[in-house]
Design a protein around this ligand. Structure first.
Ligand code: SAM
Length: 223
């Protein structure tokens, strides 16, 4: 892509970022009470995601504090990082000043739907986001991904309904669905390159101690 074209796109993203505001905080208690909720190790899918895609633009929806954003930047992607939680975005912004060239990440504090008119991504990442979306929002996300160019990588994970969210988890408004329902939705619309289901055990001290979630992870490609 020509440098002038890239600059125009970055300017457009920044203009959008300036007027977007946070609208909800499903993980707000965790961000308010824990300095580093997700750590800096990229999610388990990231090596597979980066191995599949050509360099270019990526969008990290529900980017949190940026662990996956920075993994993509390190591989040469320009990343639009979107999260509806202002504390998460503030941390991502602090971290990137140390880690990366300032023009390789644009952050937005907004719901993920802010990007749904855009069609120029090589990677759409929704890591840990899908269980934060209600059914209509999930449909909108799938439509947005389906409008990207054939071959675009759509990857992410979701907590699933095989295990309940433990009491005192510090989150609100999560929507648990069966792993199978995600698999079916993906198969209808995309080529599924990788699919995994299982459990993760984690702890978010001091909000919630050691607990286990059921989860699904996927890497898909637009047909
Ligand atoms: C489980 S965390 C995952 C964070 C990050 N992707 C990671 O893997 O480290 C889910 C994130 O999605 C954000 N989120 C939830 N609903 C959202 C929405 N509708 N639009 C944008 N971000 C959202 C939350 O604020 C939270 O930061």
């Amino acid at each position: 892509m020509r440098a002038s074209c890239l600059q125009a796109r970055l300017t457009r993203w920044r203009a959008l970022a300036d007027w977007q505001i946070a609208t909800s905080r499903p993980y707000g208690e965790l961000y308010d009470r824990i300095d580093d909720v997700w750590g800096s190790t990229p999610g388990r899918l990231m090596s597979g995601v980066l191995g599949l895609s050509m360099k270019g633009h990526a969008v990290d929806l529900g980017c949190g504090e940026g662990r996956n954003t920075f993994a993509m930047v390190a591989q040469g992607f320009t990343v639009l990082a979107v999260d509806c939680d202002p504390v998460a975005i503030q941390r991502l912004d602090q971290r990137r000043t140390d880690l990366v060239r300032s023009d390789s990440v644009v952050s937005m504090c907004s719901k993920s739907s802010v990007v749904y008119g855009m069609t120029h991504f090589q990677i759409v990442l929704a890591y840990g986001l899908l269980h934060c979306l209600d059914d209509a929002e999930l449909d909108d996300l799938l439509v947005f991904c389906g409008k990207q160019a054939p071959g675009t990588v759509f990857a992410g994970s979701a907590l699933t309904s095989e295990l309940p969210i433990p009491n005192g988890h510090g989150t609100v408004d999560l929507y648990l669905r069966s792993a199978n329902s995600y698999r079916q939705a993906l198969t209808r619309n995309f080529d599924v390159a990788y699919w995994e289901t299982g459990t993760i055990t984690e702890s978010h001290e001091p909000v919630v101690g050691r607990h286990t979630h059921s989860s699904a992870w996927f890497i898909a490609r637009v047909r």
